[in-house]
Ligand binder design. Sequence first.
Ligand code: NAD
Ligand code: UDP
Length: 337
Amino acid sequence: MRILVTGGAGYIGSHTCLELLEGGHEVFVLDNLCNSSVEAIKRVKELSGKSFEFFNCDIRDKSGLRAVFTKARPEAVIHFAGLKAVGESCEKPLEYYDNNLGGTVCLCEVMQEFGLKNIVFSSSATVYGRNEPPLSEDMPTGDCSNPYGRTKYMIEELLKDIYASDNSWNIILLRYFNPIGAHKSGRIGENPKGIPNNLMPYLSQVAVGKLAELSIFGDDYETPDGTCIRDYIHVVDLAKGHLCAINRLEQSKGLEVFNLGTGHGYSVLDIVKAFIGTTGVNLPYKITPRRAGDLAAVYSNSQKATELLGWSAQYGIERMCEDTWRWQSNNPTGYED
Ligand code: NAD
Ligand code: UDP
């Protein structure tokens, strides 16, 4: 299939492009590089041994999108492009609504103009809000605690409304849990700009000596060791989930929602111990007060993806730590070197 990947230069997008290419698909990447580097594209080409076209374009630029669609003639879109920092979304809500929601409206309008109605969208476990885990697709959504989460919820609703108005659209909403890890080559991985907000990039930058110490946000939650529990998923498993979603779009029509997680929860301390255990690297850490807005435990029920997409996560937590470390230690300054 000819697949347009918005946000394809980013962390999950670059890993997905590699899986799509290896799965025999034709890939076209569209990204404005606001949170990524063209070096990631270069490395995906190197790793796959295949060439593909990259369009430096913003999803809010309608005439730019039209030119891309005319040239690429995609048969499906995987839509990763968006801003994703929770804290920043509280400080700059307009930017998040404009980029994520406005950008998706613009993208869907151009898809409609071109009669292209196949889309896989990157949603997030954050849409589940305070439901009790394990979280499954039929639970209520929308009780999000920040503007970023609300943009994901609103885009889901927007796509549901588009489908309700025209059921010839084929839409898959993928709700990701916590992607970590990197490709086994150590050539592509997560490359946050500035000081990372998320656990794994922060932890690995401490391990490589760029940051002094990891703060563990709270050890007084109602969890076995008091630290928060999340469903960490290897980014390559997540990327493979997109390949399965594309296969599903080809076979089955409609609008469907799938969780992509492992179904297992690990605490922050579990992750710290697994990282030290698998890499042998020193990792200074301290316990600090809770971070506002964090939930005690978030993990998936990902049975639906297993049953209908034929997908399940293969990699365990040790492998996630090993691969993160290979990427981080080989590329201490990310793609900059
Ligand atoms: P990322 O920032 O690495 O990738 C997003 C890409 O989109 C970047 O390359 C960025 O330059 C591009 N982009 C942003 N705005 C754009 C615009 N207006 N036009 C064109 N390109 C634009 O993030 P990621 O971790 O790879 O996440 C990909 C998607 O998955 C995002 O939509 C994110 O919200 C979602 N998601 C991520 C996580 C996570 O923990 N990483 C969890 C759940 C959902
Ligand atoms: N966390 C932490 N220290 C950090 C970053 C994160 O203790 O420097 C914790 C955070 O409180 C949460 C877990 O790690 O319990 C995962 O956080 P992350 O921001 O990676 O993902 P979230 O699930 O919040 O989207």
